[in-house]
Design a protein. Structure first.
Length: 487
């Protein structure tokens, strides 16, 4: 019996689907916890920052949102090291517990009206904890699944982990919509916004119960029993040029572009509709939720396709399509909103220095006037336009877990793949909403926010096309068997 077959035999009788379910449920909950924060921006920005300037509160809240992304690489290093030293299972049990606790705390946090500046300070501290936890979670879940499944189906099986990010955002939107529908607008703004955060306690408890019953990844169990694990994962991953070069190529030639395409298609589209086009928050959430439901099956379709034709072609196609079509798509969204927003006007408060952002349209005389809320947006068209962006996300995100798992050796896999993934998504992607809205405010151009993701996606297309290795034919068990043969 081969090493791989023997390892599958020792999984305790549970199936690959149970492995995927245990990993995906926890990861989905972590994304839910992380994105519930972003999905409630329009409400919470006014709760945790000084009243009197909505735009300042909105931008400050987005900056707090971005903090969680910026610390993700540090979480990747810390928990990646633990995952390569102690085990994949242990690391993602710890990250899940931290994320669930931090999210529940937001549901209990006093607002600015109650605690003053202590409120946003505590909020930032909690966001740091969330970012650190998420920095360790994804790598653990992806590696755990990738090291269980057959080599020739890794793209298909790991694509279910890729769905979890979109599913977490979708669930956060549904919970918000259900909560909003069950109470008045005033009650939701007063206390109802806390409910989605507090629900996290129950979701995390269920996931922890499931994960505690799982065994360690078979590949990690094999290399640990054979004494093949790294004693210095950080040093081995980032001071040896061959591996560091692979990390850098993976960052600039894959995950950076993937990060901005992901956040443009799902988060920036939401912010753009709410803030620039003045589509009301409930309608914008419904549009995104429907587009996500339609798009989610394509993650597995693309993942399975990557097992046949390769990971690289699909990821590069997604980046190229984004660069070529983002401007036309967002111009079509502007038309579909129906309130003819043509520019945004920014003004500074002479006392606070804060910037106020006002979407503008033209009246019958051609003069610029503040735009009204989109009264009857073309919902079908907006869903279609957001779905197109979600499909690009499927192209770049569906195969990337399989690529990253195959790109690095087992003994430093968790550490090596977590860093480029979380810099690409946490830094390049996570800063996108803030940079995008700042660009619009600074220029008055409602499409200026797209230049940043287009530039980053162009870089990834060029670097990836030239330097990224195709990995879909790699058998990751070979190095384990070869190492045991030498021993």
């Amino acid at each position: 019996m081969s090493t791989q077959a023997a390892a599958f035999d020792r999984t305790g009788g549970y199936s690959i689907w149970r492995v995927i379910f245990a990993s995906a449920v926890g990861t989905m909950i972590e994304w839910y916890d992380f994105y519930i924060f972003g999905s409630l921006t329009a409400v919470l920005a006014l709760k945790f920052y000084p009243p009197g300037n909505d735009t300042f509160a909105y931008v400050a809240y987005l900056a707090t949102f971005a903090v969680g992304f910026l610390v993700r690489p540090f979480g990747a290093l810390f928990f990646g090291r633990i995952g390569d030293l102690v085990g994949r299972k242990y690391a993602f049990l710890v990250t899940l517990s931290i994320m669930g606790g931090a999210t529940a705390l937001i549901g209990l946090l006093p607002t600015y009206a109650t605690a003053g500046w202590l409120s946003p300070i505590l909020l930032i501290a909690i966001r740091v904890l969330q970012g650190l936890a998420l920095g360790g979670e994804y790598g653990g879940a992806a590696v755990y699944v990738g090291e269980h499944v057959p080599d020739n189906q890794r793209g298909f099986y790991t694509s279910f982990i890729q769905i979890t990010a979109t599913l977490g955002l979708f669930v956060s939107l549904i919970v918000i919509l259900v909560t909003q529908s069950s109470m008045s607008k005033e009650d939701f703004a007063s206390y109802g916004w806390r409910i989605p955060f507090l629900i996290s306690i129950f979701l995390v408890a269920i996931s922890l119960y499931i994960r505690l019953k799982m065994k360690e990844s078979p590949i990690f169990a094999q290399i640990k029993s054979a004494g093949m694990t790294s004693t210095q994962p950080l040093k081995d991953a980032f001071t040896h040029w061959a591996n560091l070069k692979n990390v850098l190529i993976s960052l600039f030639g894959a995950t950076a572009g993937q990060g901005v395409v992901w956040y443009t298609g799902q988060f920036y589209a939401l912010f753009y509709m709410q803030t620039i086009l003045k589509v009301n928050a409930r309608s914008a959430n419904i549009i995104i939720a429907i587009a996500l439901v339609i798009g989610m099956p394509f993650f597995t379709v693309v993942g399975a396709l990557s097992d046949r034709i390769g990971r690289k072609k699909l990821m590069m196609a997604g980046c190229l399509l984004a660069v070529v079509t983002y401007i036309p798509i967002y111009k079509a969204m502007q038309r579909a909103a129906g309130n003819n927003v043509v520019t945004v006007k920014s003004s500074k408060n002479k006392v606070t220095g804060a910037t106020t952002l006002t979407p503008m349209t033209t009246d019958a005389t051609g003069a610029l006037v503040p735009a009204k809320e989109a009264a009857a947006p073309n919902m079908t068209m907006l869903v279609l336009l957001v779905f197109m962006q979600v499909f690009y996300v499927c192209l770049v995100y569906g195969p990337i877990a399989a690529y990253l798992i195959e790109a690095f050796p087992a003994k430093i896999r968790y550490t090596s793949l977590s860093l480029p993934y979380h810099i690409g998504n946490g830094v390049f992607g996570g800063l996108l909403p803030l940079i995008g809205l700042w660009s619009c405010a600074a220029t008055g151009n409602i499409y200026a926010g797209l230049y940043y993701p287009m530039i980053v996606a162009s870089m990834t297309f060029i670097v990836g096309s030239v330097l990224l290795r195709e990995t879909h034919g790699r058998k990751i068990w070979d190095e384990v068997e070869a190492g045991q043969a030498k021993a």
